[in-house]
Design a protein around this ligand. Structure first.
Ligand code: EPZ
Length: 439
């Protein structure tokens, strides 16, 4: 395990290049296995989940080269539909996309149930409902999902929940089905459009991605293609909020400002200056933020993945803020850790009431999942004194080159092995063992 040592109370200033979107990368990489031949994926973020996914595909018989400088070559000609190591599959929430891609190409898939982070139950019933509607028989056998079909036939599917994962997974299963599939009540996240663009570049006929109704006209086969992943608006939102929390002045480059509209709107409501144009946004935060109300919703609403970082900003606001979590039944595990730093937060069901304080104080804290870890890093950057964030592996699953990027805009941050700090610790609480849940 490793941890980050952060000396806070130092405004972030400068320019930062945003990387490829994590949640697009972990969908486009498995989508490449729908075609034999060599696909090229570009602008992949240098994060743990992408690395693990390429290892899984290699174990399934694909030839993978990279990622090098964000570029990955995948030749799935000799891929087999089963054999994904359960341990690896459980480490990545998005391993469920293997089901749709393998079922779509081979009419058969056997994949372990995905891991999940401590942010609610996160079932995949809507994914399985879609596969069954297409004609697959789906069973759970000793922790693995087995899906098989003589043929996949296009049909009309209505999602009970506008699930991002189910929307993408059913697209992956339907692109090679016979006939047309109409998928309703879809999620509309930008990376759903990104995956559909890649599928269409491979020869698929997906229409309507980004709206709540997607039509997939099945085709006979797909061919390899080249695709560049869209920028990561959650990474951008995280750094924008970090700039605001440290009263800094940061310009984020290689973003799609439109994808950040809900985050920019809330930052402006909190009194932060947000300028945007073309492929950049600039965040200028001279003063303490105003208290606001935030409700997380599926896109284009405020993204749930930016909620933990936003909570950190609001702990410093002048007044009382309220955050309502509209996507997961619980996503406030990071509150206990923030409280160690002097915040004043009361959790009531799916809402958190945040009394703003003048300043935070550095403390040893523990990341339990990706975005909770991001909220603690931002708290350390804003706090007076030194903060030690344990479980940094969680954060590095979704944020590439974290220390390097933060240092480049003025953060005083170092990474070290946790054992070293445990060995030096004077008493203090034993480091809690954290499961590396994947989301
Ligand atoms: C994706 O998760 C992202 N993960 C999550 O990002 C993100 O928070 C989420 O979408 C919402 O935007 C990846 O893309 C790998 P959902 P996913 O299906 O697909 C319930 C991060 O930090 N649901 O849209 O699992 C579910 O429990 C991660 O990058 C069902 O009930 O999200 C949740 O309450 C965290 N049945 C809600 O729907 C299902 O079959 C939304 O889930 C599927 C979902």
């Amino acid at each position: 395990m490793a941890e980050l040592l952060i000396r806070g109370d130092n405004p972030l200033n400068g320019d930062l290049v945003i990387g490829g979107r994590k949640n697009s990368a972990v969908a486009v990489v498995p989508a490449a296995i729908l075609a034999a031949g060599n696909s090229t994926l570009e602008n992949l973020p240098a994060i743990g989940d992408v690395k693990t996914y390429t290892e899984i595909l290699a174990r399934l018989g694909a030839k993978v080269e990279g990622p090098h400088e964000g570029t990955l070559h995948i030749d799935a000609t000799r891929l087999r539909p089963e054999g994904a190591p359960m341990g690896m599959v459980k480490r990545i929430r998005a391993s469920y996309y293997l089901l749709g891609a393998l079922l779509g190409r081979f009419r058969y898939a056997r994949v372990g149930l995905p891991g999940g982070c401590d942010i609610g139950q996160r079932p995949i019933d809507q994914h399985l409902k879609g596969f069954r509607a297409l004609g697959a028989e789906v069973t759970i056998d000793h922790g693995e999902v087995v899906a098989q079909a003589d043929a996949l036939i296009g049909t009309h599917i209505y999602l009970d929940i506008a699930s991002v994962g189910a929307t993408i997974n059913i697209m992956l299963a339907a692109v090679l089905a016979k006939g047309t599939t109409v998928l309703e009540n879809c999620a509309k996240e930008p990376h759903i459009v990104d995956v559909a663009s890649f599928l269409n570049a491979m020869g698929a006929r997906v229409v309507g991605a980004g709206t709540d109704t997607i039509k997939i006209h099945g085709v006979e086969e797909l061919g390899p293609a080249t695709h560049a992943i869209i920028p990561d608006e959650i990474e951008a939102a995280t750094y924008a909020i970090a700039a605001a929390a440290t009263r800094g002045d940061v310009t984020l480059v290689n973003v799609v400002p439109k994808h950040l509209d809900s985050v920019s709107a809330k930052l402006r409501e909190a009194g932060i200056i947000v300028e945007e144009n073309g492929d950049w946004i600039r965040i200028i935060a001279p003063d303490r933020p105003n208290a606001i109300a935030v409700k997380t919703l599926p896109y284009p609403g405020f993204p749930t993945d930016a909620m933990p970082p936003m909570m950190t900003l609001l702990t410093l606001a002048s007044g009382t803020s309220v955050i309502s979590e509209g996507v997961y039944e619980s996503r406030f595990k990071h509150v206990d850790e923030l409280q160690r730093m002097g915040t004043n937060i009361r959790v009531e069901g799916r809402s958190a009431v945040i009394e703003g304080v003048e300043c935070l104080h550095g403390a040893p804290v523990q990341a339990t999942n990706l975005r909770a870890g991001a909220s603690l890093v931002i708290a350390g950057l804003a706090a007076q004194g030194e903060t030690c964030v344990g479980g940094v592996e969680h954060v590095e699953r979704g944020y590439e080159h974290l220390e390097r990027k933060l240092r480049s805009i003025g953060a005083r941050i170092d990474r070290r092995a946790s054992e070293a700090s445990d060995a030096n610790a004077e008493g203090g609480d034993a480091r809690r063992v954290v499961n590396l849940g994947r989301d």
